[in-house]
Design a protein around this ligand. Structure first.
Ligand code: AMP
Ligand code: MG
Length: 347
């Protein structure tokens, strides 16, 4: 299976529960559309509408917004006529870079998440993450030559990961790095943040009965026209096995971080993409961590954070938050849930 299709499998909105619905506004049918254009993943919009045209208009708006967020938060490519995080990474070590308010807001959120997770999620870890990213990309091209990042390069990279060196001037709308070698990677938070912004914008316009799933960042935008919730499955990580849990959601987000999305193999050992800031190495102990919250940005940040925390620390963090529940699948196949996670579970 390709990486993209693996991402689709992380959280599946269960089609078995879909049906046509006759309402006083006329017959509403369920439609869906899939796109590969944003955040290097597969995005599905599913929703009820009175016509295909209406669905195409609403889903088209969501996908266009997602593509715009992708361009702003892309660290790998720059785009004509805009400062994005790629150009910030190129220039903010030398000068103040003027960016739009959405970028400033995301970076401020990154700082908030750092504080909340005690550094488990650090968007200033770009130098470390890019070493792993390069090795993973090279291994995809040439699996026999797969190697780990050079330990000296990794040690050097880890020096330049201080979140305090990321500076924003909100009034001027600029970003600069006080460490000229700092680099950002917002992969842990950007998708969930963008999905939440889109969902909020849609809710403000009165859109309801839709689900936006950007590569496992699922956000439900209102119940179905029948008043029934959406049923969303969290994939078990072992192929052929049933769902880890089936959740019943009406306006929440469900985000999963997992080891089977992005990884490569060296000498028979798998190295996945979630890096423990304390070691610079892939975090150990879990196969997946999934978070339900009314806020997709928070669910995304937390699911990555939980991967880099002991289960005691992670459980304490989730239990301290009123708007988050979590389920962990440990490497040994056992599962753990926060105290109120079950309220979302289908029997
Ligand atoms: P997610 O799939 O949301 O768990 O995010 C994983 C992505 O976030 C990775 O592909 C990296 O780009 C980035 N990342 C990995 N580990 C961390 C970390 N500890 N802090 C911040 N970003 C990370
Ligand atoms: Mg995340």
């Amino acid at each position: 299976m390709t990486k993209r299709w693996l991402c689709v499998c992380i959280a599946t909105v269960l089609f078995a529960f879909s049906f046509c619905f006759s309402s006083c506004r006329g017959e509403q049918k369920q439609y869906s559309v899939t796109s590969f254009d944003s955040f290097d993943t597969v995005t599905t919009v599913m929703g009820y509408a009175e016509s295909e045209e209406e669905f195409a208009r609403v889903s088209g708006e969501m996908l266009a917004m997602l593509a715009e967020y992708h361009r702003m938060f892309d660290i790998y490519h720059s785009y004509e006529g805009m400062e994005n995080l790629c150009t910030v990474n190129e220039r903010a070590g030398k000068e103040e870079v003027a960016v739009n308010g959405e970028i400033i807001e995301l970076l401020l959120y990154g700082k908030e998440v750092y504080a909340l997770t005690d550094g488990a999620v650090n968007i200033a870890m770009g130098n470390v993450l890019s070493l792993w990213h390069t090795c993973r990309a090279e291994a995809a091209e040439n699996p026999e030559q797969a190697k780990l990042p050079d330990p000296e390069a990794l040690a050097e990279a880890r020096i330049h990961t201080q979140i305090e060196d990321l500076c924003m001037d909100e009034e001027k709308g600029t970003v600069s790095f006080s460490d000229p070698l700092l680099q950002l990677d917002v992969g842990a938070i950007a998708k969930g943040y963008a999905v939440e912004k889109i969902a909020k914008a849609m809710e403000e316009k009165g859109v309801s009965g839709y689900v936006l799933n950007a590569g496992g960042n699922v956000r439900v935008i209102g119940e179905k026209p029948s008043g029934s919730p959406w049923i969303v499955g969290i994939e078990n990580q072992k192929e052929g096995e049933d769902y880890l849990a089936r959740l019943s959601l009406t306006r929440e987000a469900l985000v999963t971080s997992g080891t089977h999305q992005r990884y490569y193999t060296v000498d028979g050992v798998r190295y996945h993409h979630i890096i423990d800031p304390d070691t610079g190495m892939p975090a150990r102990g879990y196969s997946s961590a999934s978070v339900v919250s009314s806020d997709s940005a928070m669910a995304d940040a937390l699911s990555t954070a939980l991967f880099c925390m002991s289960s005691e620390e992670g459980m304490a963090l989730v239990e301290s938050l009123s708007d988050a529940e979590a389920i962990w699948l440990l490497e040994d196949g056992t599962k753990r849930m926060s105290s109120d996670f079950e309220k979302y579970c289908q029997p």
